[in-house]
Design a protein around this ligand. Structure first.
Ligand code: GRF
Length: 233
């Protein structure tokens, strides 16, 4: 069977890109998809090194930081991915592109939405806002992408505890661990056609059958993967 083609868009270290690559490698021949393109809006970022290490074509998209690079739409037209996974990509995706990839473009945000998302809510700012709001839980939200920042149908949220005395780095590290466990299987499931977005903007085939319980930072990865598997449809 033909494997689905995934493009990953990143602007930073690319740890979620790496988590997706590791997940697909671990699935081996049973995987339904491959990462065929990494696109970034800036040069000299970790995501490009990670792509190079695995011989995955990497390109820079046009942005204020790279005004001479080709626009994202042109790059996607050339590489023809089936699914586009945003992993810390900081540019707003043009509406023409989100329409073209309706139900095939997803993002991971490191906090509950819509409360801690929107324009300018990225990186440490997100975690600082969670702490400033005295929220007792945060955690990654994976959602389909539309033409607004951090908007679009939610696929899954994993609640992660916020502890008294947390600073943004401690919280970011805890949430990032949950992201690395949650995002790759969802990217794979969307690529495999197992999560379907209806034309009304609601999931017709969801990823989870029940909400995820609170993430236990003391548990090991195998246990946490088991928790995720139990909640899957
Ligand atoms: C992650 O926290 C993700 O939720 C957000 O940007 C960060 C990207 O980190 N969208 P990395 O580049 O994958 O390490």
């Amino acid at each position: 069977m033909r494997r689905a083609r995934i493009a990953v868009l990143a602007s930073g270290g690319g740890s979620n890109l790496q988590a997706v690559l590791d997940y697909l490698a671990q699935l081996g021949e049973s995987r339904s998809a491959d990462v065929v393109l990494v696109a970034t809006d800036r040069a000299q970022i970790g995501a490009l090194d990670r792509a190079a290490r695995q011989n995955i074509p990497a390109v820079i998209t046009r942005s204020r930081l790279a005004p001479d690079a080709p626009p994202l739409a042109e790059i996607l037209a050339h590489h023809a991915p089936d699914v586009v996974a945003l992993a810390g990509y900081l540019q707003l995706i043009p509406a023409s592109v989100t329409r073209q990839f309706h139900g095939r473009m997803l993002n991971v945000h490191p906090a509950p939405l819509p409360d801690f998302g929107g324009r300018g809510m990225y990186g440490a700012r997100v975690h600082r806002a969670v702490i400033a709001a005295h929220a007792t839980q945060s955690g990654p939200t994976v959602h389909f992408v539309d033409d607004q920042y951090d908007h679009g149908a939610e696929i899954a949220h994993w609640p992660v505890p916020v502890f008294p005395g947390d600073d943004d780095r401690a919280l970011a590290d805890r949430v990032l661990r949950a992201e690395h466990l949650l995002y790759p299987p969802i990217v794979h499931a969307v690529a495999a056609g197992e999560v379907v977005l209806g034309s009304d903007g609601r999931l017709t085939t969801p990823f989870l059958k029940s909400p995820l319980p609170m993430f236990d930072p003391a548990a090991d990865d195998a246990t946490l993967r088991g928790v995720l598997d139990n909640a899957r449809r």
